[in-house]
Ligand binder design. Structure first.
Ligand code: UD1
Ligand code: CA
Length: 463
């Protein structure tokens, strides 16, 4: 039964054990703040209210989340001193609707899934409390679920308050609850901090509900990793690996072939067509879109790149804010910087750097070349070691190269300059003036041979 849904994310803790100046909930998983993962999952349930309880590093947390999720209607509740989870939720009480239900989530438990939360919502009857639980072979540190003889949940006892017998219970509290708002205020007001930690425990609402005869239902987490929290860098790294493996599995399920699902990093989103292959140790950042039949060699980094069908990116190429037209080949060891646009059937080879330039259909830049701020036509061949000299130390200038141009190796094109279509530029030229169409242009000192010079140098003195 669905009612007005309020979601509260507790995110006020300091995270001392992270040993970091960054507030704990801003530490990233897949380069996205943990809290942002939780906020996005929460938002996917379309809550009426989405409230974040913040405290440590509060302003920074608020600023970064508002920036990252500009379209979400986030409400902030301030907890100035961290007096316990019950106190934290109490700080949000003023923002909750008087009826409806409240789902409690955590800013440092980032991998909770929409499906698990929906399973909790599905258990809500209108007059019960729903908990998310798990069974752990090593439950140390967690609150334990206490049941009566009839098997009904009656309380949660924290590790530090548990008897020896209770410590043997393997059914644990994950901290996620679905609570009816009508009773919530009175429960939170009646919490005491009379326990071993001197904190207001949110867990105590379970015993209060039970005493009032309310049914307490539970859902078991579909995957144990969903309820894992982060307190230190060891746990952060563990969750990062789980997150990465989940991403890799989704790619495999979508039909992308991976050489090794343990050796791929997705720090953003990839979408791909059919029959793509990704070799080991590639990193994907931002939004990467691959067409059909794209092959990506080992060690490539693609950062906000769109790749059309039938493209091969050879090993150790780095592409950033670039688009690659179909049937093109890039690398090995190519560097495509922001604003690179390769049209169809282009070849970009090893140790070639391209920035803010368009390369026309069937053009080739195969070896050891820098192309910056250039517009290159179709069927152009740029010889090895050529450079568009686009910068005079103060300003950037454009190089325009027409269709069917052949640039000999080692050519310096001093921009601004236009190389008209069909031009052939002799190797080693320094081109400072526009060249006419369909002509050979060459600028190079004449080669001379000094006959006898070596023989003279090599003859011993006085002989
Ligand atoms: C809590 C539960 C425990 C459960 C465990 C699951 C309580 C009393 N215990 O224990 O039963 O097994 O989670 O991980 O709730 N927070 C605030 N303000 C506060 C205190 C905490 O925002 O004043 C936030 C923290 O930032 C953290 C979360 O609440 O994200 C949990 O707090 P923590 O102190 O870590 O609770 P645990 O002792 O782990
Ligand atoms: Ca904790």
């Amino acid at each position: 039964m669905q009612q007005q849904l309020n979601i509260v994310i507790l995110a006020a803790g300091q995270g001392k054990r992270m040993n970091s100046a960054l507030p704990k909930v801003l530490h990233p998983i897949g380069t996205k703040a943990m809290l942002q993962h939780v906020v996005e999952t929460a938002q996917s349930l379309n809550p009426q209210q989405l409230i974040i309880v913040h405290g440590h590093g509060g302003e920074q947390v608020q600023q970064i989340l508002n920036q990252a999720c500009p379209n979400f209607n986030l409400t902030w509740a301030w907890q100035d001193r961290q007096l316990g989870t019950g106190h934290a939720l109490k700080c949000a009480l003023g923002q909750l609707s008087s009826t409806g239900i409240t789902l409690v989530l955590y800013g440092d438990v980032p991998l909770i899934s929409q499906a698990t939360l929906q399973a909790m919502l599905a258990k809500y009857t209108g007059n019960n409390l729903v908990m998310l639980t798990d069974n752990l072979t090593n439950p140390f540190g967690y609150g334990r679920i206490v049941r009566n003889h009839a098997g009904e949940i009656i309380a949660i006892v924290e590790e530090k308050d548990a008897t020896t017998e209770q410590k043997l219970i393997q059914e644990i509290n994950t901290g996620f609850y679905l609570l009816p708002n009508i009773q919530l205020a009175s429960w939170l007001h009646s919490l005491s901090n009379n326990n071993s930690q001197g904190e207001y425990y949110l867990t105590d609402v379970v015993a209060l509900a039970s005493q009032q005869g309310m049914a307490i239902d539970y859902v078991k987490a579909a995957n144990s990793y969903e309820v894992l929290g982060v307190n230190n860098k060891v746990q952060l790294e563990q969750l990062e690996r789980i997150y990465q493996l989940n991403q890799a599995n989704s790619l495999l399920e979508a039909g992308i072939t991976l050489a090794d699902k343990q050796r791929i990093e997705i720090r953003g989103q990839i979408t791909a067509g059919k029959d793509c292959f990704i070799d080991i140790n590639c990193i994907f950042k931002g939004s990467v879109i691959l067409g059909d039949n794209v092959t990506i060699g080992a060690g490539c980094i693609l950062d906000n790149v769109t790749v059309a069908d039938n493209v091969t990116i050879k090993p150790y190429s780095i592409l950033e804010q670039a688009t690659i037209g179909e049937l093109s080949q890039v690398g090995p060891y190519a560097r495509l910087r922001p604003g690179t646009k390769l049209l169809e059937h282009t070849h970009i080879g090893n140790f070639v750097e391209i920035k803010n330039s368009t390369i026309g259909n069937q053009s080739k830049v195969n070896h050891l070349t820098y192309i910056g701020d250039a517009q290159i036509g179709q069927k152009v061949n740029i010889g090895a070691g050529s450079v568009t000299c686009n910068y005079d130390g103060k300003n950037k200038f454009k190089t325009i190269i027409g269709d069917n141009v052949f640039i000999g190796s080692g050519t310096m094109m001093v921009a601004p300059v236009v190389i008209q279509q069909g031009s052939l530029i002799g190797a080693g030229s320094v081109i400072t003036k526009n060249t006419p169409a369909n002509e050979l242009t060459i600028s190079r000192a004449k080669q001379v041979t000094i006959t006898g010079w070596l023989a003279k140098r090599n003859t011993p003195q006085g002989s």
